[in-house]
Design a protein around this ligand. Structure first.
Ligand code: ZN
Length: 226
């Protein structure tokens, strides 16, 4: 599937050039290959980017490609190591349309609300707040599986944005979870390092057995201490 998309990109590029357009003016969305668990890059410690690097054409292009790759998956976050690059860069967005199939109670329980597109570069969690909350979580690099993962309900993150400007993000609920998940990737961590392993299951089993249940019910059924 990815290959055919790449072929399309090559074809579109060729067509554009044939039409005499400048390559730079072509708005072509490239989908990058998302590496899977077992690939060493997911366990490497990503390196920081300088402000100049963030503003460079190469990184700006990478951000656009990662954004498109995240939409295509679809996912709510994507870190550079997931596309094979050990750089401290991740893109995040949680869209209204992703929540349409999620029951209102579930959105409430997770404190999940739309999060506009944003980029985090060289992020550091400077504060963990609130109590620990446990929910099912998946990862585009552990394709087809989910598990219960305890995380802080609130975090403060210091980072650079897509322009290389310093930012301080105060996040709670699902956004805080996404940030912790993506920042984990930049340290060479995966959610499976933190998961309650008894809850690890396929997405199919999750949909069949757990999706409609509360976390308390799941924990009880799986004999997990809440
Ligand atoms: Zn992930």
């Amino acid at each position: 599937m990815i290959q055919s998309r790449r072929e399309f990109v090559v074809e579109a590029l060729a067509t554009g050039i044939a039409m005499g357009e400048q390559k730079d003016n072509l708005q072509i969305a490239t989908t990058l290959k998302i590496v899977q668990v077992g690939d060493a890059v997911l366990r490497s410690k990503a390196r920081q980017l300088s402000v100049e690097e963030v503003r460079s054409k190469g990184i700006q292009q990478l951000i656009e490609w990662m954004r498109h790759t995240m939409y295509d998956a679809p996912g709510v976050g994507l870190a550079a190591p997931q596309v094979g690059l050990p750089l401290q860069l991740a893109v995040i967005e949680d869209k209204d349309e992703y929540m349409r199939d999620v029951p209102v109670e579930s959105l409430k329980e997770r404190e999940r609300e739309p999060v506009p597109f944003h980029v985090i570069v060289n992020p550091r969690i400077t504060k963990h707040g609130g109590h620990t909350v446990t929910f099912f979580e998946g990862c585009l690099s552990v394709n087809g599986f989910v598990a219960l993962v305890p995380r802080s309900r609130q975090v403060t993150v210091e980072c650079l944005d897509h322009r290389g400007e310093p930012q301080i993000i105060h996040a709670s609920g699902w956004h805080a979870r996404i940030l912790q998940h993506e920042i984990g990737h930049l340290r060479g961590e995966l959610y499976i390092d933190r998961m309650i392993s008894r809850s690890f299951c396929t997405v199919e089993a999750f949909t069949r057995n757990w999706k409609a249940k509360t976390i308390n019910e799941v924990q009880k059924a799986l004999d997990i201490k809440g």
